[in-house]
Design a binder for this molecule. Structure first.
Ligand code: SF4
Length: 485
């Protein structure tokens, strides 16, 4: 089984990518402006909900319960989906999911040499890099969510889990549309841009026969699927094609239809600051004369079930992808999403991607946080992201310490030395005297500056007080002596 999360395996480590992002003033301004707007709207909508905290508790309890019984609910979903006329396929990893999707598209395109599919709400398909696989198989994917379309047209990567093109302002979008749609007359007015996108997409909705979607929720009790969105493109993509293929991560299942009541209050307010999503699409199997004639669900694992064994790691799967933690995170707000090297960016990306991939390609991500707790405060399902980040940092350190290179690394040696010093008063006092003597070279007034090596990373950006000539212990001893004299 090979678990892939977008292009993480080829991406630069966070500290390297973040440095590049920090030099891009336009990107930072775009990200800050967009996240400020969404945060403001979210705060207003949350304030008007007197039972917000109870809703969060309920959502967390539903998710925790579902994940403890995920095997049962998935089988229930499969049974009810197929009873309603759908067909469920199981994919262990990215390759299997893509192979199933390509097989289905070929089956329904009856040997046509040039096949197009329309896609919507498919972050999971970005996770498995489905567009790359489809193109390699001679199939053209067309993204229909406006932001995803902008990303695809610009040969770009998504930078936010709800607003994938958040790093682009409307002038950049105008230039992109002018070039790709051959519409040199376009202005940067939102009406002009949405009008151009609408005309471009309508043409495709009318002629393309196969749709690929993701899902926000899969309901075990009914075998139905739910997609929420703001533009109506999703509704078109879900209802107009003859065949609908929905790629759904296994953690998206919820037990009962009435559970939606909780999530459909929390999700839009957290994601875009709306009281409810303008379009809530729910469908169940196939119905003669209404909607697609064939409906397939691909249930994707891709490393998810591995997280079920550990209580803390399992909590990560409760995420409903609202993006609120990204908008609140001071690190994300400075760097934007590309620096995370994964389609899951921000705090949720910092815990999800490393776990799906067993830390392999994203071991720097658990450090991409100030641990300020803002993500935990806004999370509608109360995922304790800071706690999971610390847990993952522990795993990174233990994995490093298990290798010879890790054992001999300066940081490890320094930490081992500190641990030894803190275990004995004699050693601690000796280390303190050594540090008092050694700091002379770097002392400026009562501050230390330009420390060498790793410690320099601290003094480059922050103040560090020099170790005082007299320690508290020495002062206490001299004070006690004075008192007894
Ligand atoms: S972790 Fe919480 S706040 Fe972040 S995207 Fe998921 S549900 Fe939203």
């Amino acid at each position: 089984m090979s678990v892939r999360v977008g292009k993480t395996d080829r991406a630069a480590a966070f500290p390297v990518a973040a440095k590049t992002a920090l030099k891009n003033d336009q990107l930072r301004a775009n990200v800050r402006r967009a996240t400020d707007t969404i945060r403001g709207k979210r705060a207003l909508r949350v304030e008007e909900m007197p039972d917000w905290q109870q809703l969060r508790d309920t959502a967390s309890a539903i998710k925790a319960h579902t994940l403890r019984h995920l095997d049962e609910y998935l089988v229930e979903f499969e049974k009810n989906c197929e009873l309603a006329g759908g067909k469920v396929h199981w994919a262990r990893d990215a390759d299997e999911a893509n192979a199933i999707a390509i097989g289905l598209i070929r089956q329904y395109s009856e040997g046509n040499s040039h096949v197009e599919v329309i896609k919507v709400k498919t972050m999971t398909s970005d996770e498995v890099q489905m567009n790359v696989a489809l193109e390699a198989a001679g199939i053209t994917p067309i993204e229909t969510d406006l932001a995803d379309m902008i990303v695809q047209m610009g040969h770009d990567e998504p930078s936010h889990i709800v607003v994938p093109a958040l790093h682009r302002n409307r002038f950049e979008v105008r230039d992109l549309f002018r070039e790709t749609m051959h519409r040199p007359e376009l202005t940067a007015e939102p009406e002009d841009l949405t009008g151009a996108a609408r005309a471009y997409l309508r043409e495709r909705f009318l002629k393309v026969k196969i749709g690929v979607s993701g899902a926000n929720f899969a309901i075990a009790e009914t075998g139905g699927v739910c997609v929420v969105e703001s533009e109506g493109n999703g509704r078109m993509c879900l209802t107009m094609p003859d065949v609908l293929i929905s790629l759904i991560g296994v953690e998206k299942v919820i037990p009962r239809f009435e559970d939606l009541e909780v999530f459909l209050q929390l999700l839009p307010r957290s994601a875009t600051g709306e009281r409810m999503n303008p379009y809530n699409s729910l469908w169940c199997g196939v119905h003669a004369g209404d909607g697609p004639k064939a409906f397939h669900v691909i249930l994707l694992d891709n490393g998810r079930t591995k997280l079920l064994h550990d209580e803390m790691e399992r909590e990560t799967l409760e995420c409903i992808r609202c993006g609120a933690c990204l908008n609140a995170c001071p690190v994300y707000r400075e760097t934007g999403g590309h620096a995370y090297g994964s389609i899951y960016s921000g705090p949720i990306g910092a815990i999800l991607s490393p776990q799906l991939q067993s830390l392999e390609h994203s071991r720097s991500l658990p450090y991409a946080s100030t641990l300020c707790g803002a993500c935990y405060e806004v999370c509608p399902v109360k995922i304790n992201i800071p706690e999971i980040l610390i847990h993952l940092r522990g795993r990174v350190v233990r994995e490093d310490q298990a290798t010879l290179g890790g054992k001999l690394a300066v940081e490890n040696l320094a930490m081992q030395g500190a641990a030894a010093a803190f275990q004995s008063q004699r050693r601690y006092e000796a280390a303190q005297r050594l540090a008092q003597a050694g700091q002379m070279l770097f002392r400026k007034g009562d501050q230390l500056e330009n420390l060498p090596g790793m410690a320099g990373g601290w003094t480059k950006y922050r103040d560090l007080k020099a170790i005082p000539k007299q320690s508290f212990r020495d002062w206490w001893k001299s004070r006690s002596k004075g008192a007894s004299a």
